[in-house]
Ligand binder design. Structure first.
Ligand SMILES: *[C@@H]1O[C@H](CO)[C@@H](O)[C@H](O)[C@H]1NC(C)=O
Ligand SMILES: *[C@@H]1O[C@H](CO)[C@@H](O)[C@H](O)[C@H]1NC(C)=O
Ligand SMILES: *[C@@H]1O[C@H](CO)[C@@H](O)[C@H](O)[C@H]1NC(C)=O
Ligand SMILES: *[C@@H]1O[C@H](CO)[C@@H](O)[C@H](O)[C@H]1NC(C)=O
Length: 488
């Protein structure tokens, strides 16, 4: 508990609250060869959102389908896509700044956004400017997309696929609806390619209700642990039914603590593992402090455990990357997961977003769901449960559709299963936990519905960099008028 409090204080020190700064409305910067661009957009007064776009060297203009752009959304809420998703999961470079051979840049241009404002390099000048609902975050993201896409014919050529992980799934569906609305109103010029929900927290109730029994089935809890877990899950269900959303968030935190103690610290991101042995890793789950505030720790300790890097993500993002980007305010620190962002969202954290998935499906938007087999926090069993609650008219046919096995690379065994009906696509990814692109990079890149690539049979090629990564390879800031027509 003591370590926990220390961490909270430490994070408190680096929370991106920048008072009284004269921050321009938005600024962009990039590499001289145009392969990377990044910048800030002031999505609301005092709320500054950071984005980073990578253009793929593999881009083909005349393929069977238009070259896609993937907008990657991280979870938390409060975790940084620009740091975690980019350097630990799918970006062109890993945390040692070495090329990642499974980068999604092979198949798409990549747009990482630190969302909600306050996460990663994004910041607010006033705590009151933090977003408090999923819908609010969807609107902020749409404001950012208007700034980037409107008047930019190059970007408009690529359909946008919103791909989310974990809590990011709730943002993906709210931003999906908000994008569709803005397109219809003639306020946003882009093509929405689809929405992908990777191990996404769409229906918290359905996840917490599976935990006890699932963990007992795989020997991680005994009957007593299962009972305790299920009774707290029932309490959450009751609280949600009564609209006591913030209380449900507190009960969720208690439930995770109970499961941790009853299971000798199972890893919530892969139930076959123990949570990390280091003090930070052991706090990958929320803790309720005596203050009643919650703290989310070590979101990416599971990911860090996959690398032998000597540099922590924190040092990387506050060191060479911050220097490269040039436009990050000097007095702010990048943080992997900001508790204040999480706490601002605590009234929405447990709310389901099944209705939003239904709306997207009935609008004809492609919705892809993929889930790692050994994820606990967003267990496949829970994902299947909320899918069965959809009111979408295609559900019965989806259930009856034939499930196909998927293979990948030189490995002869089954890697995944896939089922599709009309615009709903579901991938069951074997031997993967919460972080599918990291645990099963080969098959992640072969989910054709994710990229609409029309090339389901391709195998993973090693990513070729055009040259050594240059940290100082920057050109002067451009005025945004020339790059992006401002539309408010
Ligand atoms: C969208 O693009 C069309 C055609 O390129 C153009 O006429 C229209 O003004 C654009 N709208 C916005 C909001 O940029
Ligand atoms: C919800 O939490 C508040 C504040 O802690 C408490 O006063 C209230 O009794 C709780 N409601 C329920 C139904 O548990
Ligand atoms: C959905 O995905 C399929 C398969 O890639 C594609 O043929 C179809 O055009 C997509 N639909 C929409 C509305 O984008
Ligand atoms: C990518 O790297 C991993 C780990 O370094 C290696 O096992 C794999 O064979 C590589 N794949 C390709 C296609 O180079």
């Amino acid at each position: 508990m003591e370590t926990c409090v220390l961490c909270l204080l430490f994070l408190g020190l680096c929370f991106p609250l920048l008072h009284g700064k004269s921050v321009k409305q938005f600024r962009t910067w990039g590499t001289t060869d145009g392969s990377e661009e990044w910048g800030y957009v002031e999505v609301r007064p005092k709320a500054h959102m950071f984005w980073w776009l990578y253009r793929s060297p593999n881009r083909v203009e005349s393929g069977p389908t238009p070259w896609p752009t993937v907008l990657w959304l991280q979870g938390g809420p409060g975790a940084s896509a620009v740091g975690i998703g980019n350097f630990q999961e799918i970006g062109p470079l890993d945390t040692d700044l070495k090329p990642r051979n499974s980068t999604w840049l092979q198949k798409a241009d990549l747009l990482f956004v630190d969302n909600p404002v306050g996460a990663g390099y994004s910041f607010v000048e006033d705590e009151a400017a933090l977003a408090t609902t999923d819908e609010h975050c969807g609107i902020d993201l749409t404001t950012l997309l208007k700034m980037l896409f409107n008047g930019n014919a190059g970007l408009q050529k690529s359909p946008l696929f919103v791909v989310a992980e974990s809590y990011g799934g709730k943002f993906a569906v709210t931003v999906g609806l908000s994008i569709a609305k803005a397109i219809k109103a003639g306020e946003l010029n882009l093509t929405l390619g689809g929405i992908a929900l990777g191990d996404s927290w769409i229906s918290p109730e359905d996840f917490v209700l599976t935990w006890g029994t699932l963990l007992r089935d795989v020997s991680r809890l005994d009957i007593n642990g299962e009972k305790k877990s299920n009774s707290l899950a029932q309490l959450i269900k009751k609280q949600l039914g009564e609209g006591e959303y913030t209380n449900a968030t507190s009960t969720w935190a208690v439930l995770e603590e109970v499961i941790a103690s009853q299971s000798n610290n199972v890893d919530f991101y892969n139930f076959l593992l123990d949570n990390g042995m280091d003090p930070l890793g052991s706090m990958a789950i929320p803790s309720t402090l005596s203050s009643g505030k919650m703290t989310m720790k070590g979101y990416s300790s599971y990911l860090s455990s996959k690398y032998t890097s000597k540099v922590s993500l924190d040092d990387l993002m506050n060191g060479v990357i911050k220097q490269k980007l040039k436009i990050i305010p000097k007095d702010m620190s990048w943080g992997e997961q900001y508790d204040m962002v999480f706490n601002a969202m605590s009234g929405d954290f447990m709310k389901p977003r099944i209705k939003e998935v239904d709306e997207l499906l009935s609008m004809g938007v492609n919705v892809t769901i993929y889930n790692g087999q050994v994820d606990l926090i967003c267990a496949t069993k829970g994902t299947e449960a909320w899918v069965q609650k959809l009111k979408w008219e295609g559900l019965a046919d989806f259930n009856n559709a034939i499930r196909e096995p998927l293979y990948c690379g030189n490995y002869e065994g089954t890697k995944a299963f896939a089922k599709s009906y009309k615009n709903l696509h579901f991938y069951w990814i074997l031997e993967a936990g919460h972080f599918v692109p990291v645990d099963q990079p080969c098959v992640a890149l072969q989910m054709p519905m994710l990229f609409n690539s029309g090339d389901p049979g391709s195998t993973v090629q090693s990513y070729k960099t055009s040259g050594p990564f240059s940290l100082l390879h920057s050109r002067a800031p451009t005025t945004c008028k020339t790059l992006h027509q401002i539309n408010t």
